[in-house]
Ligand binder design. Structure first.
Ligand code: C2O
Ligand code: CU
Ligand code: CU
Length: 473
């Protein structure tokens, strides 16, 4: 693996940057045990730190991580739990930590207004109010998110609930339920991470890591295996499937379970999107998780990601349930308020760049609205904080069944328009905004982001459209 070609970043169609041999055991982010919680609160301590990571054996790279040198531990909590975070910044720069997809008060959200200075500790606390799903956490400092994430700051946050517990889905972490965090990097022949960016989209690497492992393999021991796939890349978008074309079932989207398992053989994941999938294995199977090329610049190239080897004896897993959740799909009434957004170039929404002091939208608490996002030029995606939405259509066409569940991020091809039914939360704060933005991190950093506040219904007219900022970013 050391003879890797330096990859300039042009889309390669010949697999990962070099042919893979699948010699490295897939790393598993540790589950972070909460500290003693006599008061019924789950307390998690996260430290953002610098470190060294060997993507290529014997060739360390300078990286950043949570409680380690790269990525972060997996957090796990149940609906109804109170969680208290102690987030300490030991980096040389100020940053923030955002709980992507979490429904919570704006001051706890970890967006660009919740700066954590070097050596400082931030202690947000909230109650988990949402249903079983797979979320993640990552920095969100204004103008600097892309490099903070690229250097390694990202982790998974799994939410459990009683309804999902009753389904006998694979759910033993690291046994039949695996995080699959997919990221593209440009790794130099000497093993270091290159921060060279491409025009327009920023980072587009040709080494695909899974859980921070290059050239990985995973051994599975059960007949059904759950993969919680997170695209934690800066820009790259994947069309994921298996080398033998085997079908699999998608059971959950970004913000929750699908109503029933949906069979497919390919899922599209743009940055920040998640797919919760269950794959069946027979004794001795060997199959490679792959991404095939699309045609929108950020999804070009065919890649091998991970070899999965099934053991010589497999423990039988329960059958997949026919129904996954009784929760009604998000639907908007015919009279729902419609807001329209355009994504302009690579740095603006509705022709304006992000301004930390400007409130772009005022949303009444609990609102169900239609958001229409028109993408005017390049490929983008769109993420809304503290909301869950259902994709009604992309250019008038319904999404594939596997993506027709609750989501917080959606891919929008060049020049397409997405129509979403958006369910907003009930935490009000007229002076602390949530964000909506393109999750191609270069675009977010360049200003393709806006801010909304959620307020008591009826008070929208009296909300100030400017807020004080403290000179960060
Ligand atoms: Cu994953 Cu505003 O972010
Ligand atoms: Cu988010
Ligand atoms: Cu974008």
């Amino acid at each position: 693996m050391s003879g890797l070609v330096g990859c300039g970043g042009a889309g390669s169609s010949e697999g990962n940057a070099a042919p893979l041999t699948y010699t490295n055991r897939l790393r598993l982010p540790p589950l972070l045990e909460p500290e003693a919680d006599g008061d019924g609160v789950r307390r998690f301590a996260l430290t953002l730190q610098t470190g060294m990571t060997e993507f290529f054996a014997g060739k360390p790279a300078a990286t950043w991580g949570f409680n380690g040198s790269y990525l972060g531990p997996t957090l796990r909590a149940r609906k109804g739990d109170r969680v208290a975070m102690k987030v300490t910044n030991q980096l040389p720069e100020s940053t923030t930590v955002h709980w992507h997809g979490m429904r919570l008060p704006a001051v706890m959200d970890g967006g660009p207004h919740q700066t954590i200075e070097p050596k400082a500790t931030w202690t947000p606390e909230w109650k988990i109010e949402q249903s079983a799903t797979t979320l993640w956490y990552h920095p969100h400092p204004h103008g600097a998110t892309s490099m903070h994430v690229y250097r390694g700051l990202a982790g998974m946050f799994i939410i459990d609930d009683a309804e999902a517990d009753g389904l006998s889905l694979p759910s033993s972490y690291g046994v039949d339920d695996f995080p699959i965090i997919v990221q593209d990097k440009t790794i130099e022949a000497n093993g270091t991470l290159s921060e060279d960016t491409r025009p327009t989209f920023g980072i587009m690497g040709n080494h695909i890591l899974v859980n921070g492992t290059y050239d990985p393999f995973l051994e599975v021991t059960t007949s059904r295996v759950r993969l919680r796939i997170l695209n934690a890349s800066n820009a790259r978008t994947y069309h994921l499937g298996f080398s033998d074309g085997r079908p699999f079932h998608v059971i959950g989207t970004d913000s929750g379970m699908l109503r029933k398992p949906v069979q497919t053989d390919r899922v599209l994941l743009s940055p920040a999107e998640r797919a919760d999938v269950v794959v069946e294995f027979a004794t001795g199977d060997e199959v490679v998780l792959q991404s095939s090329s699309g045609d929108d610049d950020i999804d070009e190239g065919d890649f091998n990601l991970l070899k999965i080897r099934a053991a010589g004896r497999l423990k039988a897993s329960p059958a997949l349930p026919g129904k996954l959740t009784a929760a009604a799909p998000i639907a908007a009434s015919p009279g729902a308020r419609v807001r329209r957004f355009t994504l302009n170039g690579h740095d603006a929404v509705n022709k304006r760049e992000m301004d930390m002091s400007r409130i772009d939208e005022v949303i009444p608490a609990g609102a169900l609205e239609i958001w229409e996002i028109e993408n005017t030029v390049y490929a983008h995606n769109f993420h809304i904080h503290e909301a869950a939405f259902r994709v009604l259509s992309i250019d008038g066409k319904a999404p594939p069944a596997y993506a027709d569940g609750p989501k917080d991020t959606v891919y929008i091809p060049p020049k397409a328009t997405a129509r979403l039914a958006v369910q907003f939360g009930r935490h009000t704060d007229p002076v602390m905004p949530y964000m909506f933005h393109c999750h191609i991190l270069r675009h977010e950093d360049e200003g393709m982001m806006g801010q909304f506040v959620v307020v008591e219904p009826g008070t929208e007219g009296s909300v100030s459209r400017t807020i004080p900022t403290h000179g960060h970013g």
